[in-house]
Design a protein around this ligand. Structure first.
Ligand code: ADP
Length: 182
């Protein structure tokens, strides 16, 4: 595990499953526009949450790239799920500002709902094809920009599926915050 502090907000990178983060107030879903279950992150979250999550999501769909919406967490061990639709790389333009918008809107919702801690997967880096390093740069740059305005959110955890992806995120975070590699 590696962590950095930016304006009183701890940012950490761990290897693991986004649907198994019981110490976090909220988790972010790399959702599809219809807010339905699917593969990857959305599948893992909906499976763990149970059918009530899709039911709660139905009236909120569809969402557009860059948008985030918040629901309860049902059978997940968290209080909230924040669903973000990331851009499909090479199709939804401009990809970087749409991806930044996901994290900005997600943090805005976390803040207005008083979440102390939020865990996020690497949005758009799976079937949506966003190159992992570029996506990590956008994610951490956006969080660094937003951090001074956060008063509820105190911990943001990036949950990466593989150790290789965790190391990449830790390196990009260190480069952006100007600190030594963890
Ligand atoms: P998107 O459609 O936004 O690309 P995906 O769910 O396909 O979303 O993948 C996003 C990232 O999350 C990928 O890097 C993928 O390897 C990773 N991932 C897939 N399942 C999980 C999980 N259960 N926990 C954390 N990360 C996951």
């Amino acid at each position: 595990m590696s962590e950095r502090k930016v304006h009183d907000v701890i940012i950490e990178c761990v290897q693991g499953d986004i649907a198994d983060q019981p110490d976090m107030d909220g988790i972010i879903n790399a959702a599809n526009a219809e807010l339905r279950t699917g593969g990857g992150v959305a599948g893992a979250i909906h499976r763990a949450a149970g059918p009530g999550l899709e039911e709660e999501c139905r009236p909120l769909a569809p969402i557009r790239p860059g948008q985030a919406v918040i629901t309860g967490a049902h059978n997940l061990p968290n209080r909230f799920v924040i669903h973000c639709l990331g851009p499909v790389y090479g199709k939804d333009h401009p990809s970087d500002s749409l991806l930044a918008s996901c994290y900005r809107e997600a943090l805005g919702l976390a803040e207005t709902h008083g979440l102390d801690s939020v865990a996020s997967p690497a949005i758009s880096t799976g079937v949506f094809g966003y190159p992992m390093e570029e996506a990590a740069q956008v994610a951490f740059r956006t969080i660094t920009e937003e951090a001074p305005g956060l008063s509820a959110v105190r911990r943001i955890r990036f949950v990466l599926f593989s150790e290789k992806d965790r190391r990449l995120h830790a390196r990009v975070l260190n480069e952006l915050t100007g600190q030594d590699e963890a």
